[in-house]
Design a protein around this ligand. Structure first.
Ligand code: FAD
Length: 456
């Protein structure tokens, strides 16, 4: 018999339960990826992520070819394409990893019905794109955890399955047509310093992280200039690395750095179980409502300055320019630029979230939208009114100004701590800088936020 393995956000060969199940049960397997027209239509197919995807599909294909197989690529309506490929291969099973977004779940239901009509069974596998899947830990009084700390307590007690080795030979039936694989060279509009994708690279990066990064993670994860986080987020987003394997191997490495890293991986699962239970949280306020956000129209100049990294607050501008240049931003930068847009400028968080999704190579519906909501005070933060002061944050997390100097050439000659408040420089020094004045005074921004909050 023949099985189709539909790859989605799990573009790897190591620790891949759907592929393992297919190989165990079948003579031949069709490894399939479908570029889903609906995902493109929703604006998710942006150049930075398409480039990482192209790298990852090529690497997956190379790995399959080493095993005697190949990757089959299609594009169009995902359900139609899977059914067609299953028909061409005369398959009797399709294996797929579970996913949480509203789109993915509707798609899975449609797929199940369409395959059944064709006499093909659909098998959906948990804990492929998460370490602990939504539904594996549920509180007694609700359908999901709305607060991270109790969730993490339960999450930590879960027994994870043992990670699977990469497979042996993969035999693909003849007569299943494939499109040519995309290549990042065909794309334009990429961030100049965009990371490269693919499982091979991801595994190398993770091995090096275990050897020389993770031990210092707890102490250094907020050091903006030190850039001492794993940068594994795009690999987790595309599934070129397995979260189950990462948790296992980090735990084996042990120590406070590994513990802190595993805790961050639990945040991914936390957001997935929130989104699975409340799919509308991808675009609507999850818990606390703010109805008076300034819109793109009423705050156009502020939004443009924020996007361009010209707000006059060096730490905010440095982070926004990192985003544009690398398609990635340090977590501390994400927190303070989001706080600045949503709270200091009181602009609708969805405008910021969209801009992030347009550029982030790890841009992810669950992690992006729910982190934005957390920072905007509409999400799961138990202190929804906290505001991050960009000057205090800058002095704490970039004390020497090295991060600002890296991204703002116009401030390269300014020493810390003055670099974080250039408006305070003496007249002639200030006048010599080609750098804008702050677009908003922090206290005025804060007053606006407080007034809006009280009027709610
Ligand atoms: P590390 O610090 O090395 O952490 C390891 C892994 O843990 C990350 O790769 C990531 O998978 C996970 N992780 C860490 N922090 C978080 C978190 N707060 N929420 C969920 N998972 C986390 N992360 C994304 O992957 N995609 C996004 O689109 C995204 N958007 C964000 C938007 C905002 C406003 C904020 C504040 C955070 C966002 N994050 C997002 C979370 C976090 O900033 C990134 O995961 C992290 O910066 C990636 O860098 P790293 O791989 O070096 O992280």
């Amino acid at each position: 018999n023949v099985s189709v393995v539909l790859f989605t956000a799990d573009l790897r060969l190591h620790d891949h339960p759907p592929l393992r199940a297919a190989l165990d049960g079948s003579r031949q397997v069709v490894p399939l990826f479908v570029r889903d027209r609906a995902v493109d239509a929703a604006g998710f197919a942006v150049p930075n992520r398409l480039a990482f995807l192209a790298d990852s599909l090529r690497d997956l294909d190379a790995g399959l070819r080493e095993r005697g197989g190949r990757l089959v690529l299609r594009s169009g309506d995902l359900v139609d394409e899977v059914c067609r490929a299953a028909g061409e291969a005369d398959a009797d099973e399709v294996h797929l990893a579970a996913d949480v977004s509203a789109h993915a779940r509707r798609r899975e239901e449609r797929l199940r019905a369409a395959l059944e009509a064709q006499g093909v069974r659909l098998h959906v596998h948990d804990a492929v794109t998460t370490a602990v899947g939504p539904g594996a830990v549920v509180p007694s009084s609700s359908d999901h955890f709305a607060v991270f700390t109790p969730y993490f307590r339960h999450w930590s007690q879960q027994r994870l399955r043992t990670p699977l080795r990469a497979p042996g030979p993969v035999r693909v039936p003849d007569g299943v047509g494939s499109q040519e694989l995309p290549s990042r060279g065909d794309l334009s509009g990429l961030s100049p310093a965009l990371a490269e994708g693919g499982e091979t690279r991801g595994r190398r990066q993770f091995a090096s992280w275990l050897r020389s990064g993770i031990a210092a993670y707890e102490d250094r994860h907020d050091d903006l200039a030190g850039d001492a986080t794993s940068r594994l987020s795009p690999h987790l987003h595309f599934g070129t690395l397995s979260p189950v394997e990462l948790v296992h191997r980090a735990r084996r490495a042990g120590g406070p750095g590994a513990e802190a890293f595993v805790r961050q991986l639990a945040w991914r699962d936390f957001h997935r179980q929130v989104l699975a239970a409340r799919p509308r949280a991808a675009h609507a306020d999850y818990r606390t409502k703010h109805d008076r956000w300034r819109s793109e129209r009423t705050a156009r100049e502020d939004v443009e300055a924020w996007r361009a990294g010209r707000t006059g607050y060096p730490i905010v501008d440095a982070a926004m320019r990192q985003l544009r240049h690398e398609g990635w931003m340090h977590n501390r930068g994400r927190l303070l630029t989001a706080s600045f847009l949503a709270k200091t400028l009181y602009v609708d968080w969805r405008i910021g979230a969209r801009h992030f999704l347009d550029l982030l190579v790890d841009g992810d519906v669950a992690d992006n939208q729910l982190n934005w909501q957390w920072m905007a005070g509409t999400g799961t933060d138990s202190r929804p009114n906290r505001v991050l002061n960009p000057v205090t944050q800058a002095k704490r997390y970039d004390p020497d100004g090295a991060y600002v100097r890296r991204w703002l050439p116009e401030l390269r000659g300014v020493a810390a701590p003055a670099i974080h408040e250039p408006w305070k420089l003496p007249g002639p020094d200030r006048a010599s800088l080609d750098y804008p004045d702050p677009i908003v005074e922090l206290s005025a921004g804060l007053d606006r936020f407080r007034r809006a909050r009280e009027a709610r």
